[in-house]
Design a protein around this ligand. Structure first.
Ligand code: ADP
Length: 335
């Protein structure tokens, strides 16, 4: 059975039908001597119906199915008339959008794979450390006064590190699942900073660092998710302490910018080299891996800050000079 599945075969079919019609006209005219004009008019209707049927069956219906899928993709279910002129344009738009979606999915997939690789790598190090210390203790170290307590303390530090990583991963996971659920409210940003200083005071004094507020009179009521901004400020202040210098300062400043408030967290600590600034907010990126791990860093703090501020449609900015200190800043709308 011949399949009419391409333009040539369908053209042959229509041509055969036309020739058949012409023969029919000729035949009727010759045998019955019917007027050729009346005959042509009489044959016009069946001719029209057959051509319409063929076009519908072989092109229109099939295009309609493809078109329907495009409209389903566009979120519309109703198609009344198909305008052939637009089919190509719309199909191209649809294909471009799908290609973009596919690219994004591939990127997400790579990102996810890389992220899982990083998580397992980060957890592997403390786990192997703990295993090493425990094995040494089991193999007789437990009775060795020189190492037993020291190794237990080191194993405990590795456990702390794992807890820090899990805590930060939990924050990230919560942020991702509650992406659109920010609890916007009006609050006094200066009060919040005072609360944070109270919480961080001990950590700061351990490192002999002073926590200071400047331009606080300008601090007014802002609109944001209070808990999440608390997390942002905690992470920034905690970093300024961790990477600060002995006897140094951590200063939070406020700048009134008409409808907005600029908030800056500065330190005069170790600073960051220019080439590292672009990667600073990537998950697990650290300028100095060993130093960060040694002081309990996870490499996730700034990624969390960026994520939260993006949720507020804001960005986090940084300027820093190696050896002199760093300043992180962001904007919040005033109430
Ligand atoms: P970590 O847990 O390692 O501190 P973060 O995401 O908070 O992870 O920060 C990423 C890296 O950026 C840090 O490892 C550190 O190298 C650098 N960094 C962050 N804040 C500061 C700062 N105030 N001064 C100097 N370096 C900083």
């Amino acid at each position: 059975m011949i399949k009419f599945n391409n333009a040539f075969k369908i053209s042959v079919l229509i041509s055969c039908f036309l020739i058949f019609t012409i023969i029919l006209v000729y035949f009727f005219q010759k045998i019955f001597d019917v007027n050729i004009y009346i005959l042509t008019i009489l044959l016009f209707v069946p001719n029209l119906l057959v051509t319409y049927f063929l076009l519908n069956k072989f092109f229109y219906d099939r295009i309609k199915v493809i078109y329907k899928s495009i409209y389903k993709f566009k979120g519309t279910s109703k198609i009344t008339e198909i305008d052939i002129d637009h089919v190509e344009k719309e199909a191209k738009e649809w294909a471009d959008a799908k290609e973009e979606e596919l690219d994004q999915m591939k990127k997400d997939d790579n990102y996810r794979r890389e992220f899982i690789g990083n998580v397992s790598h980060e957890l592997k190090t403390p786990i192997f450390n703990i295993q090493g210390y425990l094995q040494t203790l089991i193999d007789g170290g437990l009775n060795d006064e020189n190492i037993n307590l020291k190794y237990l303390k080191r194993a405990n530090k590795s456990v702390d590190r794992m807890i820090n990583i899990i805590d930060d991963l939990e924050v990230i996971s919560r942020l991702e699942t509650e992406q659109d659920e920010l609890d916007f409210q009006k609050f006094n940003i200066v009060e919040l900073v005072h609360e944070i200083f109270d919480l961080m005071e001990m950590k700061a004094s351990e490192m002999n660092i002073n926590l200071k507020l400047q331009n606080e009179s300008q601090g007014v009521t802002v609109v944001a998710d209070r808990n999440k901004i608390q997390q942002v400020l905690m992470n920034l202040v905690s970093n300024s302490i961790k990477y600060g210098k002995d006897g140094g300062d951590v200063i939070i400043r406020f700048f009134d910018m008409h409808n907005n408030m600029l908030i800056e967290v500065s330190d005069n600590g170790i600073g960051i080299a220019q080439e590292s600034l672009d990667r600073l907010f990537e998950r697990f990126y650290r300028v100095d891996k060993n130093r960060s791990r040694e002081i309990g860093g996870t490499g996730l703090g700034l990624a969390i800050v960026k994520h939260i501020l993006e949720g507020h449609n804001q960005t986090i900015n940084v300027r820093s000079t190696k050896g002199k200190g760093s300043t992180f800043s962001f904007i919040l709308p005033k109430a």
